[in-house]
Write a protein that binds this ligand. Structure first.
Ligand SMILES: Nc1ncnc2c1ncn2[C@@H]1O[C@H](COP(=O)(O)OP(=O)(O)OP(=O)(O)O)[C@@H](O)[C@H]1O
Length: 386
């Protein structure tokens, strides 16, 4: 698929903006702080309903305005669709697909993008919550309905934890109320655990391929899950290897394991007022040559791993989606890479239907492609340079 046109009103530093994009490679050029990232952030927002830079939407609305409008014309398999989002500072957001009002979530069914951003390094180096977010965004990109299970699960953990906290130390008072939340934790938790296991199983081969394409060396990148349920049941942190038998477990088995795990941690949960097991406490473990990437890999290796993960996701979505390729966004990543890796990264994405690159320095961008160039200055889309 591809973005044909983006219109913005009161979005970040844009009072209004009209951006025409073409199939193939598009280059948004401009000095630092002019509004390049804001444009690709708006495009990516249609695929996930969140920005990679902030939690919450308030910063997306131009300072002084009450709401932002983002409208995008998308072409997928020769069909055109018009998506529109109104992002409100103080109210729920609104959305339209082909001018019909829909729930904002609906919009993500019509658009898919994979964004490579400087912050991706923290998938490898940062806290487990960042890796869980990568996994969950990937689940939604793969199956938009997963968004429902994820938000239901989040709500269940919040409410169950609030109950545990309010009754801290008084186990006997919890009884039947806790059971209701346990049932829902098991229901949604098992769905998410299974979907994550399937995801890492399916990312494993594309990851090896992508890493090799970027680095041209065989560092044996691999993915596994460190699951809190397994830890509660078996006492040690047990990792779930995608190529091992655990990946093929049924949802019923996982549900039974969560239930058994809850029994094991019950007394501790009541004492501490915390929901101790479930996907919200799990981690994605990344390894190179059987060593964990975090704490062992070099800066360059960590970067290559992060980029390969995103590439692997892009190729999985490409293979699975009936609507064609996801749009590839490379925001400011060339500045982080040496010339060889820039070339290899571009080689790996160049045959996607549309690639959108932002750069402050034109010399950082591989020049052998026929780019559609656009210059950005102080919240204005100045000229079409191609
Ligand atoms: N809500 C907002 N209202 C008004 N201006 C904003 C808002 N959010 C961000 N900006 C402004 O947008 C500009 C940053 O734009 P952006 O991040 O797109 O820059 P960029 O061109 O990608 O720069 P770099 O090359 O440094 O990454 C800053 O000047 C910032 O103050």
């Amino acid at each position: 698929m591809r973005v044909a046109h983006l219109s913005l009103g009161d979005y970040r530093n844009y009072r209004t903006a009209e951006l025409e994009l073409r199939p193939g490679p598009n280059l948004l050029l401009g000095r630092n702080g002019q509004g390049k990232t804001n444009l690709v952030e708006a495009i990516a927002y249609f695929s996930s309903l969140r920005s990679h830079r902030v939690t919450g939407d308030a910063a997306l609305v131009r300072a002084g305005a009450e709401s932002a409008i983002a409208r995008m014309r998308v072409v997928a398999e020769a069909r055109e669709v018009l998506l529109e989002l109104q992002i409100n500072r103080d109210r729920a957001n609104r959305a339209q697909v082909n001018r019909n009002t829909v729930r904002p979530r609906e919009v993500t069914r019509w658009f898919s993008a994979v964004a490579f951003v400087p912050e991706d390094l923290s998938i490898v180096r940062g806290e487990p919550s960042i890796r869980r977010r990568f996994l969950d965004d990937a689940l939604v990109a793969r199956h938009p309905v997963a968004a429902g299970a994820l938000s239901d699960y989040e709500r269940v953990v919040r409410q169950r934890t609030a109950l545990l906290k309010s009754q801290r130390g008084r186990g006997e008072a919890l009884g039947a109320t806790l059971e209701v939340w346990d049932d829902q934790l098991v229901e949604y938790g098992s769905q998410i655990m299974l979907a994550r296991r399937e995801l890492i199983r399916d990312l494993t081969i594309p990851l090896k391929r992508s890493y090799h394409a970027l680095v041209e060396q065989d560092h044996g990148p691999s993915l596994s899950l460190s699951e809190s349920v397994g830890e509660a049941l078996h006492g040690v942190s047990r990792e779930t290897h995608p190529d091992g038998e655990l990946a093929e477990v049924s949802r019923e088995t996982l549900a039974a394991e969560i239930r058994a795990g809850l029994e094991v941690v019950r007394a501790r949960e009541v004492e501490r007022g915390v929901t101790l097991i479930g996907p919200h406490r799990d981690d994605l473990v990344l390894s190179l040559n059987d060593l964990p990437v975090k704490g062992y890999a070099s800066h360059g290796e960590s970067w290559s791993f992060a980029l390969s993960l995103k590439l692997a996701l892009a190729s999985l979505l490409r293979d699975e989606s009936p609507a064609g390729d996801p749009v590839i966004i490379l925001d400011d990543v060339f500045a982080e890479l040496d010339a060889r890796r820039r070339g290899r990264l571009m080689d790996a994405v160049r045959d996607f239907e549309q690639v959108i690159v932002t750069a402050a320095v034109e010399g950082d961008v591989p020049d052998e492609l026929s780019w559609h160039r656009v210059r950005i200055e102080a919240g204005q889309i100045l000229e079409d340079l191609s």
